[in-house]
Design a binder for this molecule. Structure first.
Ligand code: SAM
Length: 263
């Protein structure tokens, strides 16, 4: 590890702690209220040691610094806030460029996002969609869904985005009936990492993938999704490719896995 001041992040709370586990203070943890891109981030789940991330601060940064109705200025305001003030678990600017290029290449009409958080990636995706296209984004934390709706409204993209509250495992089987979706052209997986594989199999079982559907999965290295990677890389039903990058707002390796469903 390159730095003696390491951090651990829990995505169950969205919180971040400094972990002095590389030097004299080994094992000691304390809260970090600001983070910097120069810190090296390691992953772990420190549950109760973490402080609750007040996502209102991210919303205020958008309202203060982004232009209403301009999605790219919303994205920029969030990236600046996360690089300069507080780390947050958005896909981020670097991997966001890969996400943008996949969205542009696929040019999808139906998109499913698993894991909305504050709506950062939702805004990125929706701003690139062709007319008539829609994205359904699932978020089970009502506080995050509430912030996401406001971020999306600030970006002026309410018409393209449906924020659905609740767990993916419950919503996926109801997609056809509730939203009239036949199949998705693109699925962005960015919720809790242990749900990637069961939800992919659920999407298959529910007939929501068609030949050519693209699955794009974030954080396949950090914190990592080994069971999902093993599945999409070895199943004859997928053709899979890794895009190397870095964990949002840090220098730690992470990447996106793009998998084409072959039917
Ligand atoms: C990494 S964040 C999403 C970041 C977002 N895609 C972005 O880049 O801006 C993961 C989010 O998924 C939500 N989540 C985790 N598991 C979920 C599930 N099974 N169903 C719905 N939401 C879930 C969490 O509450 C959290 O807000």
């Amino acid at each position: 590890m390159a730095d003696s001041h390491c951090c651990a992040v829990s995505w169950r709370t969205g919180a971040i702690v400094a972990r002095h586990d590389c030097g004299a203070n080994a094992g000691h943890t304390d809260p970090v209220h600001t983070s910097s891109a120069s810190l090296f981030f390691g992953w772990g789940c420190h549950g109760d040691h973490n402080y609750y991330r007040d996502v209102n601060r991210l919303l205020h940064a958008v309202q203060k610094n982004a232009t209403k109705g301009d999605p790219r200025s919303v994205v920029k305001a969030i990236d600046n806030f996360c690089r300069q003030k507080e780390w947050a678990m958005n896909v981020g600017d670097e991997k966001g460029c890969i996400l943008d290029s996949v969205v542009s290449e696929v040019n999808p009409v139906t998109v499913l996002e698993l894991g909305t958080y504050c709506g950062y990636s939702t805004v990125r995706i929706a701003s690139l969609l062709p007319p008539r296209a829609k994205i359904i984004t699932l978020e089970f934390n009502p506080d995050y869904a509430k912030i996401a709706r406001q971020v999306i409204a600030w970006a002026g993209l309410e018409d393209k985005i449906q924020v659905v509250e609740g767990p993916s495992g419950e919503w996926i089987p109801k997609m056809k009936e509730q939203f009239g979706v036949k199949t998705f052209d693109l699925v962005f997986l960015d919720h809790w990492k242990d749900r990637y594989l069961p939800d992919t199999k659920l999407l298959e079982d529910c007939g929501l993938l068609r030949k050519g559907t693209i699955l794009l999965a974030d954080n396949v290295i950090c914190p990592g999704t080994p069971d999902y990677l093993e599945y999409v890389r070895n199943s004859p039903r997928y053709k899979s490719q890794y895009f190397k990058s870095h964990l949002e707002y840090t220098k730690a390796e992470d990447g996106l896995e793009k998998s084409v469903f072959l039917g």
